[in-house]
Write a protein that binds this ligand. Structure first.
Ligand code: CS2
Length: 495
């Protein structure tokens, strides 16, 4: 069967939206680092919608590690499809916003030259939490990270996100060009502010003048990004092939919902993403906190506890009545009171919408996918809420069970005794800690709590935190997830 490509685009069924602009006229105004499904299903869609009015903002897509996306999309001229469904409705479109595809390790110096092209005004990132090379608990740059070490010695061939950004900025400065704005689009609190601190700290390892120039001249708007975009499966490919009559090697399957709140701080020209549904605001922080703690906090909880109950997808986890109730209670009772007021925003409606989104039967969002990289995710998704509640003297039983779910998960075997494949930058360390002490809550909980890059030094020293976590882990280990969740839903605590 023929492939998606500029030459076959006319064969896409007429009802399906496709680029309404002349792709040959599109310039590269954005370089995007981290060309995963999320970027292609989110920011690239907003950008595609504005290219007709303003063709300056095409996207050069950069993969920082694997050639897979480039290999899939290059033969398609960068075209790919996005299918959005909630089970009842289905909307498809073809995205043409990618002007090129680059695999950073193949030609790091060439990538820096692309970053120094005058047309480039924005460099955006979806590199996941671990791509920031920071300590998740404190946000401090990890100077012992091998990629950071490498890049601080040789910035002409960078391999870290920070190295690529600073290398590009250095070249622009040398060439007398204005800097680009750096747009963080990962699920981190104050993502722009965080990235700015890390970029400046990394630049300081190399050149103080450069670091000062970056601190003075470069803008790092924060953003809140939201759309559930699971990893593409072969079944998705089959389904898209049948619908289009063309082969799309890497289609995106997602939900209809999409939200992008952007701090309006670019210091110059920027794409008018508000024309395609994004929102520019002065302060993103309250939106970000709400999204990270409600959506992502619930997601991680569903992932760990759902996985332990044998659920492969989020929709399956939501079909477990006790678990769905548990997550609803957690969002309403535990998380919501820690959120700042968002003038006029209906948080109850937002929570209800989240429950419906998690139930979306059209998405096969694997619990194991969300469970990945927990060491990088827990701090902003769950532990921040716990800290705020402890400061207010409020109970944390449900949140403690979410943490215990993670502990049970990283201990390496599921409730049927089957091994759990752990994907986490700290996997080896977590596995070793768990193996050393064995599956006994009184030893396993303190062992894992000793990882300060996750828990800091405050939480492990606070018995209002350690006791509920150890209790919850003990229940999980002795009675299993189902019984434990049913009890906490019934009693509101594990007594
Ligand atoms: C998920 C997110 O994989 C995960 O950890 O929680 O990718 C989530 O789907 C998005 O943040 C939704 O906006």
């Amino acid at each position: 069967m023929d492939r998606f490509s500029p030459a076959t685009l006319h064969r896409v069924p007429a009802a399906i939206r496709r680029p309404d602009y002349d792709r040959t006229m599109v310039a590269t105004g954005i370089v995007h680092l981290g060309l995963g499904a999320f970027h292609r299903g989110h920011q690239a869609v907003y950008t595609d919608a504005l290219l007709k009015d303003d063709p300056r903002w095409g996207i050069l897509g950069v993969s920082l590690r694997s050639p897979d996306t480039r290999d899939a999309l290059q033969p398609q001229g960068g075209l790919y499809s996005v299918s959005a469904s909630d089970g009842a409705t289905l909307q498809r479109r073809v995205i043409g916003a990618l002007t090129g595809l680059v695999v950073a390790p193949e030609d790091p110096a060439g990538l820096l030259r692309r970053l120094a092209e005058p047309s480039v005004r924005v460099v955006s990132t979806t590199v996941t939490e671990k791509g920031y090379s920071h300590d998740p608990a404190t946000g401090v740059l990890r100077t012992d990270d091998p990629d950071i070490r490498h890049d601080s010695l040789d910035l002409t061939h960078p391999c870290s996100t920070l190295g690529v950004i600073v290398g590009g900025l250095r070249l622009r400065r040398q060439q007398g060009l204005p800097p680009f704005a750096v747009l963080a689009c990962d699920n981190l609190p104050a993502n722009g502010h965080t990235l700015r601190g890390l970029v400046v700290a990394f630049a300081e390892l190399l050149d103080r003048d450069l670091a000062k120039w970056i601190a003075d001249e470069v803008r790092f708007p924060s953003t809140m990004v939201d759309r559930i975009v699971p990893a593409t499966t072969d079944a998705d490919r089959d389904e898209v092939r049948a619908a289009f009559g063309l082969e799309d090697a890497w289609p995106i399957v997602t939900e209809p919902f999409s939200q992008w709140v952007i701090e309006d701080n670019f210091g110059g020209d920027r794409p008018d993403w508000d024309g395609s549904g994004a929102q520019f605001v002065r302060d993103v922080a309250p939106f970000e906190l709400m999204k990270l703690r409600l959506l992502n906090g619930a997601h991680s909880t569903l992932a760990y506890l759902g996985y332990l109950m044998g659920c492969q997808t989020v929709a399956e986890a939501m079909a477990e009545p006790a678990l769905a109730q548990f997550v609803a209670d957690m969002m309403r009772e535990d998380v919501t009171p820690t959120l700042p007021a968002l003038g006029g925003f209906d948080v109850a409606a937002y929570r209800a919408a989240l429950m419906a989104r998690f139930r979306n039967p059209a998405l096969k969002h694997r619990t194991s996918q969300i469970a990945m990289d927990g060491s990088q995710k827990l701090p902003q998704r769950v532990l921040g809420t716990i800290r705020d509640r402890l400061a207010l003297g409020l109970p944390i039983a449900r949140l403690a069970l979410a943490v215990a779910g993670w502990m049970r998960y990283v201990s390496g075997t599921d409730e049927q005794g089957q091994p759990i494949e752990l994907h986490d930058p700290l996997a080896a360390r977590l596995r070793a800690l768990a193996n050393d002490v064995g599956p006994v809550a009184g030893r396993l909980a303190p062992a894992l709590l000793s990882v300060t890059s996750i828990f800091g030094s405050d939480l492990p020293a606070d018995r209002r935190f350690t006791i509920p976590v150890e209790t919850a882990l003990d229940r999980l280990l002795r009675h299993g997830a189902r019984t434990t969740i049913e009890q906490i839903v019934r009693d509101g605590a594990l007594i």
